[in-house]
Design a protein around this ligand. Sequence first.
Ligand code: G4P
Length: 534
Amino acid sequence: MSTQLTQDELNKRRIFGIISHPDAGKTTLTEKLLLHGGAIHQAGTVKARKNAKFATSDWMEIEKQRGISVTSSVMQFDYRGKVISIMDTPGHNDFGEDTYRILTSVDSAVMVIDAAKGIETQTKKLFAVCRMRGIPIFTFMNKLDREAKDPLELIGELEDVLGMPAAAASWPIGSGLNFQGIYSILDNKVYLYKEKTTLKLGPDGVFGPELEDILTQNNLKALREGLELLEGAGYPVDPEAILEGELTPVFFGSALADFGVTCFLDHFLEMSPAPGPRKTDDGKEIDPLRPEFSGFIFKIQANMNPAHRDRLAFIRICSGRFERGMTVTLARTGKPIKLAQSTQLMANERENVEAAMAGDVIGIYDTGNFMIGDTLYQGKEAFEFEPLPTFPPELFSLVSPKDTMKAKQFQKGVQQLAQEGAIQVYHNEYKETVIGAVGQLQIEVFQYRLENEYNAPVRMSALDYSLARWVKVASADGTATPEEIDKIKSKIDSRCMLVFDRFERPLLLFANQFTLNYFRERHSELELLEATEV
Ligand code: G4P
């Protein structure tokens, strides 16, 4: 029998997602964090993984060809008595639902921004998901060793574009060739770049005499002016507002030079939340200190090893302890299931994990038992965690097997990929398959995997729709009667398309917001839902 978790143990856990626009420096920062935690011993390890040198499975070829990270993974490291899990998110414009889902299972997020470029589009989308969940967001302004935008301008832009107040936690002293360091507002300390030393300032802070011989005139002037302006118009770092997800603290540094990284990490660990309770589908909360194990599956990754068709189901542990070989209940079926083969993902290797606890993420080898969103629990009382939101697809394609002899493999592949959550699958009334994705890459991966894993090359034709809406029907499970389907069909015209999801719930696809609005006006008797839950 395992011992009860204590609040102390829990307080040591942190689990966060790291988001950025491609090339802002997410991989470099992750690597530096892991180095500080001793999880890797050599710079370049994460980078190499990003370049797919460690990728074993064939379909990761796509990653290699395009130099992007399709699969997101989890890395755990210890630092100053804390056990920290970083969830990497695919960093490309063509990100998919996976990226979103990862953000639904972390307790906070770190947003990396290239200080020369400011806020870019992908960051905005990811940021919106974090906001929706109300999780704390920490900002790291990167690449100060290069010519950067003015820090006040960067903070202003962050606030304007993301619609959230931002509070400077540190302040850069120059940038590019004139970069001399950062001033940590939170601990009144200057980190000097070239000297690689820190200087604790006296009670007057940057307005005292300590910096006069060290900094250039220009940098000292800009630093004092910047901080004066902040004093008057900036937001102070308010830990409560940060925890509520209403304010983002901003740190400056250079991931590449490993500068400002520990300053960021130390404060991040102080201000970010330990694992908290998670809601069930009937509005209760599961306390992480609940003695029995519980968790949910937020990601399923297939075919890490092409020799075995195994899948790895990622579980976020929400309460209690995990022990290898333990039997849990799979809430969806009510059946017991033994968690025999488990793994923990490190930067470049996987280790068998014997024990883990609330606030950890583990991978369980799966032979097809699990689905995205599944709840696993021990204990007498049955429950399910609230469903993970599904993010409405924006790209749709009609797909069929190129070779009709391969119809069976095709069906199997489509079903498995849908189960993994790799793609949304629908069918039209003629039983043709329609897939939906939030990113183009998801479609490419789908196509590649059907061909390479299921030996069923596909023909795809992109459909000119970008919005999907479920049609509200009388039944509780969302399936429509033949009369209801006839009614829907009588309303639609060539500008929209009727399809059914894998639960046979009807939905309509529209080209754009305009055609959707037009349809709504003309057919107000049909209620259209932007379903956000599976
Ligand atoms: P990503 O994961 O967000 O896509 O970004 P990544 O860390 O791969 O960084 C993108 C590029 O920016 C890399 O250069 C990296 O070395 C560089 N970089 C990251 N952080 C900093 C920084 O603080 N300062 C400077 N000057 N550069 C930084 P690359 O040329 O694409 O790759 P590499 O040849 O350096 O590996």
